[in-house]
Design a protein around this ligand. Sequence first.
Ligand code: GH3
Ligand code: MG
Ligand code: MG
Length: 426
Amino acid sequence: MFDRDTVTLSRLFTPRAMARVAAPPRGAGRDVAAAAVLAAQARSRIGVALAVTVVQLSLVYWAGGSANPAKLLGIMFAYAAFSGMFAIVAGHVGRASPAAVTIALAGDLSFIFAITIAGTTPTHYERSLFGAMIVVHIANFYFGRRQAWRAVVLSVLGYLALIAIASWRHYAIEAVGELWTLVIGTGGTVLVIVNAGNVRRRLRAIVALFERAEEGDFSGEYDEAADLRPDAITRVGRAYNRVRIHLASMVLTDPLTGCLNRRGLDQALAREVGRASRSGSELALLALDLDHFKLINDTHGHLVGDEVLRAAGALLNQACRAGDVVARTGGEEFAVLLPDTDAAGAFQFASRLCDIVRGHPFPPARFGGEAIRITTSIGVVAGAPKPHGDFTALFSARADVALYVAKRSGRDRARAWSSDISSSDG
Ligand code: GH3
Ligand code: MG
Ligand code: MG
């Protein structure tokens, strides 16, 4: 199950697929992308115009159509020249502003309405709406929702102009019927734009979750309840929600002890520093290093050493209150993060931890033999976080300095950081 979901996700979220649904570029980036799209689409535009004209001419020659071939060819060449020139300029300048994109779309719509007037009887003018819908769809897909709305407005204006021209030429036009066709066509198009926008927004939310996960932050969850009708995107969101639990435990926890690892601690520290600096409360960090641990391995073997580490992690977790964070930061090194704790409270707790570790018989009974006694040294730092950049790194460094002093002053003790600590030897 887990594997299948992973494979599905990896297929869906290749970097290229993610880039396609990522937030659209803004400003200069958007203009560069628009120019590239216009340049790339020039050939298709000219190709489609040629095909439409060939069909219209075929109708004239083989099906007795009444269109004027010269007019059809004139419109086709004018549009091909316009599109080609536009693409050349866009490619050369390397940018196309939103106004330029709208002009290009207006060119497409002008071609559709002009070829309709030249090649279609007024009773079939609604055919132009199908063409206009394609332009709106292209605008929506390649240039975003705003351009799509502009294309809708231009299409409606174009179609109204078409009807006006037909009435002016005294063609038999049923104006109410034509307007009704226009309303239905526009309504359908609007629905497609809104729907596509929703899909894009939901995919962007999933991409944002993956981007956070890439940074090691698995706290975000896809909000399944917000999807009124669960669909394929909901299934992707659900799959992410399942997978994120596994990923979070793989990336943020230490497999031996089940405590957070260094990355998990860094995240918890950043989170707690943010919270404490917002609320103005204090925060404490303890850096622990088991004493003479090498000796445990040398005397009892690595397996027993591992078991002692596992038991030490459990012991620290037991001693902490809810909200405290225990992490294994290295081989026989741990850290404990204490939110809402001042220097005096943290030092008292650290001293109690020294007592607890010293008094605990390691390892668990299943290893038999005599109980192993170990001790730990602890560096303590506490304070109210300042909202400046490197507080987290400074905090950790100070806890390490205090730990170093605790080791140097004889081990099995806690030392609190102070500005003159490095000169004191306890
Ligand atoms: P000190 O009091 O100065 O900290 O002495 P120490 O022996 O604890 O420190 P040192 O850094 O010299 O050695 C750390 C030891 O921890 C060495 C290594 O074998 C052991 N160790 C580190 N990671 C693991 C682990 O995952 N499992 C086991 N069993 N031992 C480990
Ligand atoms: Mg060590
Ligand atoms: Mg040690």
